[in-house]
Ligand binder design. Structure first.
Ligand code: APR
Length: 256
């Protein structure tokens, strides 16, 4: 590991240890080492698929075609991904009182599967399907995707994955809680996000405006790195968070 990264981790550790309220803001990059491709960048999903399939207008007008692509992108390899070291370290920080909130743009449920509990899902979660006619909700595993589009077992209405499509509003509760967390954070971690998508991308700058120290983990620079980030830890989330966890959780001398 390069010296400057190790040095920056040493700079970040005391901030995290002293912080009374720490929030992690995560994007698709944190799940890449779990085998889930990001949306943008070289291996990005939007290089392979047209984002129109995730637009609510297209979904409502061409549900079968939209579902065919949604199934390929989100559900065909569903359940094969498991939390990586980055998710696990965040859960370890929460258990030690070193992390208070996670705001995630991801819908893969990996933070919860890693053991994190205070997770605000800004874009919803792909574990549930919702009926657009009677609003009944169904666990993903209960509905067969052999026939598309899937229909509601109760009223035959159109079923939609319970995550936010382009053109849909962000669910009120996670949005309010995310803004509240940003306003209270002493330290704010940004892990694996380009910062491309509104309104989620407004949260890190809001945290900075309220005085948070911003620590960013990403192998590439993002829209935050030059203008929002205070400490940029260049590297993959799983690798950097492993090192950060080792430094953070190391029994300090006073512990002996
Ligand atoms: N570790 C950390 N970051 C990584 C890794 C990794 N191993 N691999 C890639 N990244 C970074 C990329 O450099 C990029 O900055 O993850 C980011 C992925 O960017 P996006 O795919 O744009 O992900 P995100 O910012 O979460 O997208 C926001 O866009 O399509 C919508 O709703 C979707 O929630 C998503 C939103």
């Amino acid at each position: 590991m390069d010296y400057s990264l190790q040095q920056k981790i040493q700079e970040a550790v005391p901030l995290l240890q002293k912080s009374a309220f720490t929030t992690a803001f995560t994007g698709a990059g944190i799940s890449v080492e779990s085998g889930i491709p990001p949306f943008r960048g070289e291996e990005g999903l939007w290089n392979k698929y047209d984002p129109k399939y995730l637009e609510i207008g297209f979904f409502l007008s061409q549900p079968e075609e939209a579902w065919r692509v949604i199934k390929q992108i989100f559900f065909d390899f569903f359940g094969t991904a498991s939390p990586n070291q980055a998710h696990l370290t965040l859960a370890g920080m929460e258990r030690r009182g070193m992390l208070h909130r996670i705001i995630t743009q991801n819908i893969d449920n990996l933070h919860q599967e890693a053991g994190s509990t205070n997770v605000f899902e800004f874009h919803g979660n792909s574990k549930k399907l919702v009926c657009l006619a009677c609003y009944e909700e169904f666990p993903y595993g209960m509905i067969s995707l052999d026939t598309l589009p899937p229909r509601c077992p109760h009223c035959q209405g159109l079923l939609k994955p319970d995550f936010v499509f382009f053109g849909e509003a962000i669910p009120q509760e996670p949005m309010m809680k995310a803004y509240d967390a940003a306003g209270r954070s002493d330290v704010f971690l940004i892990i694996g996000s380009t910062g491309e998508v509104m309104p989620a991308n407004q949260i890190p700058p809001l945290a900075r405006q309220h005085g948070a120290k911003i620590i960013e983990i990403n192998p590439e620079e993002s829209n935050y790195t030059q203008h929002v980030t205070d400490i940029y830890l260049k590297g993959k989330a799983g690798e950097v968070m492993k090192k950060l966890g080792e430094a953070l959780f190391a029994p300090s001398l006073e512990d002996n």
